[in-house]
Design a binder for this molecule. Structure first.
Ligand SMILES: NC(=O)c1ccc[n+]([C@@H]2O[C@H](COP(=O)([O-])OP(=O)(O)OC[C@H]3O[C@@H](n4cnc5c(N)ncnc54)[C@H](OP(=O)(O)O)[C@@H]3O)[C@@H](O)[C@H]2O)c1
Ligand SMILES: Nc1nc(=O)c2c([nH]1)NC[C@@H]1CN(c3ccc(C(=O)N[C@@H](CCC(=O)O)C(=O)O)cc3)CN21
Length: 291
């Protein structure tokens, strides 16, 4: 049986540090960090995220604002909203939840966000800084994974890390962070995607396996090396009529069978999700400091 890496407990520990910092800011007469989120439409994963995020802001003492827009919002109206938030000095950082409805160009919206308020770290300037190892805002999910590995003393140096998925928001940035000359980091990274020929063989060679594919229970025990560390980024709402909510959360990894083989594994819920939120709060603190 593997060790369960408790993302929730790690997240709460770091949130306590952030809360302490907020209190210090207050005593010093500085502003309380203010995070805003724009949600267009009602995508399931985004709703889960929004609810958890509002709660976390309350916990650490941040101000938070949620802006809900209908799925029919036009691209130019959304760009106007982004512009308002860029110019609103009471907001330190904000995110626009993705995916956006098909009629809105996501790249255009992300590039319109001020890089100094881009607490998702998706803007080209922040991505470029990350690639060069310069200080900037690092995408929340990969940053959260790095904090999780560090706080749980998972050795990454010299290890073969295999990343499944190459999205701009998760797979690509975590592959960069793990290969950088930092601690954690210094891994040898293989990035796997839908055109990879021998996914199963490569995945079974991983000392550290990061899974961000977006397919429920995609990774099975035969794809995992005995003793590997498995980080499951996937989040899926699966119908569960027996539950009060009507659904349960599942990851990209078949947890029951993979946890028999791995040395350590993150669960869903309670793994990467709470760390993403914590990294977002940390980015907001950095953004507030820059003002
Ligand atoms: N826990 C969190 O904080 C958090 C944050 C963000 C996302 N998520 C969840 O994480 C999952 C991944 O999100 P994402 O935004 O990275 O997903 P995404 O944008 O859909 O990207 C999925 C990636 O996986 C690759 N892929 C899909 N099917 C494949 C297959 N059969 N074989 C090999 N590669 C395959 C795709 O390859 P191509 O590039 O070739 O198409 C793509 O690069 C989702 O479940 C999402 O809800 C969780
Ligand atoms: N702009 C943007 N940035 C993001 O980081 C982001 C999006 N959009 N859109 C949705 C996805 C999914 N994300 C998520 C989804 C869930 C949790 C989360 O905290 N999940 C908890 C469960 C919460 C519950 O039970 O309600 C977990 O324990 O996994 C975090 C980030 C982050 N994502």
């Amino acid at each position: 049986m593997s060790k369960i890496i408790d993302g929730k407990a790690t997240a709460l520990q770091i949130q306590d540090e952030i809360k302490y910092e907020v209190e210090r800011r207050k005593k010093a007469g500085l502003n309380v960090p203010h995070l805003a989120a724009v949600l267009v439409g009602d995508d399931g994963a985004s709703l889960t995220y929004v609810n958890a995020k509002v709660k976390a802001c309350e916990r650490v003492g941040f101000d938070s604002t949620l802006i809900k827009l209908p799925a029919s919002t036009s691209e130019s109206d959304l760009l106007d909203k982004v512009n308002d938030l860029n110019n609103d000095s009471s907001i330190d950082g904000f995110i626009v939840q993705v995916p956006l409805p098909d009629h809105i160009n996501e790249e255009k919206v992300i590039e319109a966000i001020s890089p100094y308020k881009d607490v998702d770290g998706f803007h080209a300037m922040n991505m470029g800084k990350m690639l060069l190892g310069l200080p900037g805002l690092i995408p929340a999910t990969p940053k959260g994974i790095m904090m999780l590995l560090e706080k749980n003393n998972i050795e990454t140096e010299g290890k073969h890390a295999v990343v499944l998925g190459r999205s701009h928001t998760v797979g690509t940035p975590i592959s960069v962070l793990l290969s950088r000359n930092t601690k954690p980091g210094n891994s040898t990274v293989t990035l796997v995607h839908s055109r990879t020929k021998n996914l199963k063989e490569i995945s079974a060679q991983a000392d550290i396996l990061i899974v961000a594919i977006g397919k429920p229970e995609f990774v099975t025990a035969d794809m995992v090396k005995e003793g590997a560390v498995v980080v499951d980024v996937g989040i899926h709402r699966i119908d569960a009529p027996e539950k009060k909510s009507g659904f349960k959360l599942k990851g990209d990894v078949a947890f029951a069978e993979v946890s028999e083989k791995a040395s350590a594994i993150t669960p869903v819920p309670g793994g990467v999700g709470p760390m993403t939120i914590t990294a977002l709060l940390h980015n907001t603190l950095l953004a507030a400091d820059k003002k």
